[in-house]
Design a protein around this ligand. Structure first.
Ligand SMILES: Cc1cc2nc3c(=O)[nH]c(=O)nc-3n(C[C@H](O)[C@H](O)[C@H](O)COP(=O)(O)OP(=O)(O)OC[C@H]3O[C@@H](n4cnc5c(N)ncnc54)[C@H](O)[C@@H]3O)c2cc1C
Length: 416
């Protein structure tokens, strides 16, 4: 694959028009954190029939699984739920699901983050690990964006060492579990209707050896508090918050056990999500880089100093050239990922982490260089590159920091 197909371009242009009409007019409110992104995401879903696609693919998937269960075979084909394919309602043409991510990230990486966490991580986990009943109870509403999902692992004392340092606990009490603990930096935390919550079974064993349990919680459960959005550097269109759990009682019907139980099960499911999430960040980075390059070329042509456009200066040309190199490299990673999806191949952890590490750094560098190229205007909100610079920094932190990607790439390579 060396370029998007004609059909892809038609979809891309349609999404681009929708972004111009529906998102761009609200950029200031989104970037101030004054407008939660969910109604816009729902509008996107309705406009492009993604909600109907999600319903139909959900029905087919459940029927397939039920048939397989009746025949005594595994209904799940084992493939990982992917942010991009969850966006497009599952399956189908991978490029058609990635293109909306690229286009939306040109104006609002936060909107894509909010959508990606709800679909790819919250819905993805329920659909991967839930029973048929749990999928019906929570999965469909998440997949259509009728409900907003959060995926909660990180705690004040455990980020990169998410499982080792995890302190949230679930204690068995009769038929129920009693959950205590707190989570932080949770995307959609303030507004989530449905929360996929990771904690450790409090069974008296050494905390590092305890089983990781995954519960699905609903907004409004007694003892569950969702904070207001945290103030942060950028990505304001993606509300990020804290969760506080004080003796929240959850029945076993809220426990996701698909993929088995035991010390590794919850960890393994979360790790599978890492692969999905990291590949998605490359598509997000591509959108940011393409937009910065477009804005920078335009500015380099128009801005005149010493009687000529700044595009005539070699140091400015170097910035544009480096942005183009980054664009090509990240685009190639995304195209490779599209091809892999078409062939039904899931990237290894090393591949997904390498994609994310490179793409996140490229987006962060390109956005900083774009701010520099715009001079004082680059530092002003009106020219938008400063928002993209603040937003793109998050790519190097969430879904595993750059440093953690390095360790995962090396560990995966060395373990072969
Ligand atoms: C905008 C945003 C949205 C987020 N959304 C979610 C969400 O929806 N759900 C969720 O669960 N979490 C979420 N997170 C949390 C995110 O995953 C963590 O912030 C991230 O994993 C880093 O953890 P930490 O912040 O605790 O940093 P720490 O783990 O404290 O790391 C501090 C520094 O140490 C470095 N470091 C850590 N370990 C090593 C090592 N072994 N070798 C070298 N360096 C190391 C890190 O790279 C970093 O530079 C979000 C974060 C942000 C910023």
């Amino acid at each position: 694959m060396i370029d998007w197909s004609d059909e892809d371009v038609m979809i891309r242009d349609a999404v681009r028009s929708w972004v111009e009409e529906k998102v761009r007019p609200h950029m200031d409110a989104l970037d101030a954190g004054d407008l939660p992104p969910y109604d816009l995401i729902r509008d996107l879903f309705r406009t492009f029939g993604m909600d109907e696609m999600a319903r139909s693919s959900f029905r087919k998937r459940l029927e397939r699984e039920e048939r397989a269960a009746a025949n005594g075979a595994a209904g799940d084909d084992g493939s990982e739920p992917d942010l991009a394919s969850e966006v497009s309602g599952g399956g189908g043409n991978a490029s058609l699901s990635i293109l909306p991510i690229v286009e939306l990230c040109k104006v609002s990486p936060g909107l894509v983050t909010a959508m990606g966490v709800s679909l790819g991580l919250a819905a993805g986990t329920v659909m991967k690990r839930g029973s048929a009943e749990q999928k019906r109870r929570w999965g469909l509403d998440l997949l259509t964006m009728d409900k907003v999902g959060a995926w909660a692992i990180t705690e004040p004392n455990s980020g990169s060492d998410a499982f080792g340092g995890m302190q949230a606990t679930a204690r068995r009490d009769g038929d129920e579990y009693v959950i205590n603990g707190s989570k932080t930096f949770i995307t959609n935390g303030p507004y989530a209707d449905t929360i996929v919550f990771y904690c450790k079974l409090d069974d008296g064993r050494d905390p590092r050896d305890r089983e990781i349990l995954t519960f699905v919680l609903d907004r409004g459960m007694p003892g569950l508090e969702q904070s207001k959005p945290l103030r942060k550097m950028g990505l304001h269109s993606s509300p990020t918050g804290e969760l506080f759990l004080n003796d929240v009682r959850a029945g076993a019907d809220r426990l996701l056990t698909g993929g088995g139980t035991g010390a590794q099960s919850g960890k393994e499911s979360a790790r599978q999500n890492f692969v999905t999430e990291r590949a998605g960040v490359a598509a997000m980075a591509l959108g940011v880089i393409e937009e910065c390059l477009r804005l920078s070329v335009d500015y380099a042509r128009k801005r005149e100093l010493w009687g000529k456009p700044i595009g005539d200066f070699q140091l400015i040309q170097l910035k544009l050239a480096k942005m183009e190199v980054a664009r090509l490299n990240v685009q190639n990673l995304v195209f490779r990922h599209v091809e892999m999806q078409r062939k039904g191949r899931t990237p290894t952890l090393a591949e997904a982490s390498a994609m994310k590490l490179y793409a996140a750094q490229a987006a962060a560098e390109v956005t900083q260089e774009a701010v520099q190229l715009f001079g004082g205007n680059g530092y002003m909100s009106e020219y938008r590159v400063e928002q993209l610079a603040r937003d793109a920094k998050s790519f190097q932190i969430y879904a595993g920091t750059d440093e953690i990607q390095v360790t995962h790439i090396a560990r995966d390579l060395l373990s072969r």
